[in-house]
Design a protein around this ligand. Sequence first.
Ligand code: NDP
Length: 447
Amino acid sequence: MSVDSTIKGYYDKILNRNPGEPEFHQAVHEVLQSLKFVLTKDAHYDDFGLIERMVEPERQIIFRVPWVDDTGVVQVNRGFRVQFNSTLGPYKGGLRFHPSVNLGIVKFLGFEQIFKNSLTGLPIGGAKGGADFDPKGRSDREVMTFCQSFMTELHRHIGEYRDVPAGDIGVGGREIGYLFGQYRRLTNEYESGVLTGKGLKWGGSLVRTEATGYGAVYFTQEMLSADKQRFDGARVTVSGSGNVAIYAAQKAQELGATVIAMSDSSGYVHAPDGINIELLKDVKERRRGRMSDYAAEVDRVTYRDSGSIWDIETDVALPCATQNELDGEAAKTLADQGCRYVAEGANMPCTADAVDVFRRRGIHFAPGKAANAGGVATSALEMQQNASRDSWSFGYTDKRLRSIMSNIFQTCATTAEEYDQPGNYVVGANIAGFKKVADAMLAQGVI
Ligand code: NDP
């Protein structure tokens, strides 16, 4: 990775102090590359140990999660919660259950979360957590037992005013239910605001399930509109078929686009006539099936278990699965085939090389910390409803989400212009997210 001299000192320290955490290095590198524009203009941000403090989590918790599987065998997983920055509000960020989870991945996600949460304009700090537990293929009883053991340790560290976890990969409504139940049992209190993504009958918010996917499409809609384009008639490729992907696909089709491809970690479906969203939801949400199951039930689609979803010719690409799923080669293929817009529904799905290709080829690119902020923003709206013992309608909550995404887009666009980088939403998002947190950190002293 090439490193500008203004930020080299900071980056070298990160590499030395955090060995073996490539995703964390990548996330910090991207932010530092944008901050060089700030540091040359406003030198005081280079003082008070501000950047050193910002890249060091306030607290990192690692714990054993023992549980008994359906065959009576004791399993041991590792749990994490990285409480990165609470300058703007209680720590907030999801929990990921996936075999790939390790400290470096949780730190990259927690670091991104600081700036994302700042961009929403809502009073929330940044955190992330999870475990190297794989819910795939596990029975409901096993998932419940695991969640109860995980919460038995985590409950000491969270709370409505301290840290408010939510879902992420592998953690949906079912897992949040089991986690909340165990928290309530351990604390003997009904503290609704301790977790978000709750069920609608017990403190959840309408639109939270849809929020990240819808929000990513609202952001993309703003980006298209700034380029005098619309979703209507566009071909859209969405990677993944989880929570973010399903609702991004749904909203894109509602706005007149055709979602021509979706995937999971086993393969992808090419559907030139569009995705049947109701069937997809039935397969993925109700039956917990695979994209191959979806493909088996519809005509005129192709399922492939090799190759790349990014080989398909498309106008808009929405990577909504996982980090580093779209590399430089895939970016070149997309560009060669005429793709003009890419927005990250997932966290850091595009490698640094891919983002470089987008910039050189004039592709409009929305970074995840801006484009997928709708999920956490709606989580903050859930916290507001819990605090006031209220519940808002779908239409009202969706309107709030739409307006938050529009504000985030405007903030990114105007900040990029202010720093002479018009249309560079990466720079806009990083600088705007950073300055709000940095100013608050300076006001609150060296802590
Ligand atoms: P889900 O678990 O609901 O879905 C994840 C999807 O991505 C699945 O289709 C999964 O396929 C696929 N996937 C996961 N890992 C890989 C891999 N290594 N290679 C290929 N495909 C993979 O997660 P979410 O939809 O909640 O999250 C998706 C992304 O969005 C993540 O980056 C997350 O951090 C980010 N995000 C999520 C938010 C939310 O509100 N849920 C908020 C903001 C960001 P398979 O089933 O085969 O594993």
